[in-house]
Design a protein around this ligand. Sequence first.
Ligand SMILES: [Zn+2]
Length: 449
Amino acid sequence: MIVPNEIADRILAECLNRPQAYRELQWLCDNVGGRTSGAESGNRAEEWGHRFFTKWGLENVRYEELPVTIWKRGSVEVVVTEPASWSLTAMAHGNAPSEADLTAEVLDAGHAERCDFERLGDVVQGKLVLCDEGVAEGHRALHRTEKLKFAIESGAAGLMIFSSASGGLPRTGVCYYGEAPIVSMGISQEDGERLKRLIAGGSKPRVRISMRNSNASGVARNVLADITGSEKPDEVVLAGGHLDSWDVSQGATDNGLGSAIVMEMAHALAAAGRRPKRTLRFALWAAEEIGLCGSHAYVKDHANELDRMCGVLNFDMTGDPYGYWVPGRREKHPMIASLADQLSGIGMTQEYGHKAGLHSDHQPFMLAGVPVVALMAKLEGEGGHYYHSVGDTFEKVSQPALGRAAAVGAHTMWAIADAPERPFARLTLDEIEKMVDEDDLREALEAEK
Ligand SMILES: [Zn+2]
């Protein structure tokens, strides 16, 4: 057994039979709800994390501050004026302009990929671009920031992305790093489909938009806690998840769930009563939703410690785990195979992924070459449907899946932290460049600049 029975038994008992974090997540969802880093709600959430790390016996429980811009949603009114009159169910994207008043014609831009804008050419100028959330088959998935960037470059007056989820559920999410120069919003699937039908039938729908938002400067905090290693305390295995969420919901699946998994792992490993050789560190990241600010700040502030980071686990909307994802590491390490074998009774298989991806808090670590060891997991139920919409509430969180993810995560941390030799080396700059090219990340990374 890669994780000894005395430790494994305790982890399983704590995560599955005596879980703590699910109940505390309920408190967070109901009593704090949406959590904006730097705002009062964000502060209260950070204190929640600090309180339970302390209560459960973690060491060096601390805050690390970072400056953030606090984007605050104001009002948005979106009314179709021709050929029929109705109000769209719309939600501004994060970092949308603080003030915008305009009327413009709507243009169907398909998926709003680069090729869509090339096909449409000059007609995009001054129009409101309508698109869905997807891309054409075989194309690289696009983040909404990339779609907005193409729209800006094409001279569009604004961007409307309609939801892939039915039920009058527009989605929010960051659209630009800094205040966006043109309006950007999510609208409901039903409104998007109606506009598309009208355009296909030859109509030229016009939409009147009035939008108000505000920006302020603030300070957010990453919350950190340790179990100090017994032999190599300077070498660290870290598990983190972002604590902030969008304002419109309770942020239950995104990412109260991941935060609770990290908390449960911390609770179980503290209860295990024995220290592994290396230090275990737990992190609740701030301001992920507006650009991975908390994890970026950590990587920057601790640059001289990255050589001694032996593994980083990230939990973001993590469902029921079934495999390992170790980006940039083509060969499955024998430790990973042994862990999956030991954990087969709670759903782990030998499935293995290594294709690197972006847009969560593993990213700054991965691009610094720090080994990222994450879980492939299936988000069951409705969590995905309500992503970034008003429906992301506590009832969607599966307690059994949360417990299993925490148990697998805790075993994984222990195995890396107690191994005689570090299982994963830090990638060299050349190896990082190779990963970026092979896994087709270059263009998406350019869009972040
Ligand atoms: Zn998230």
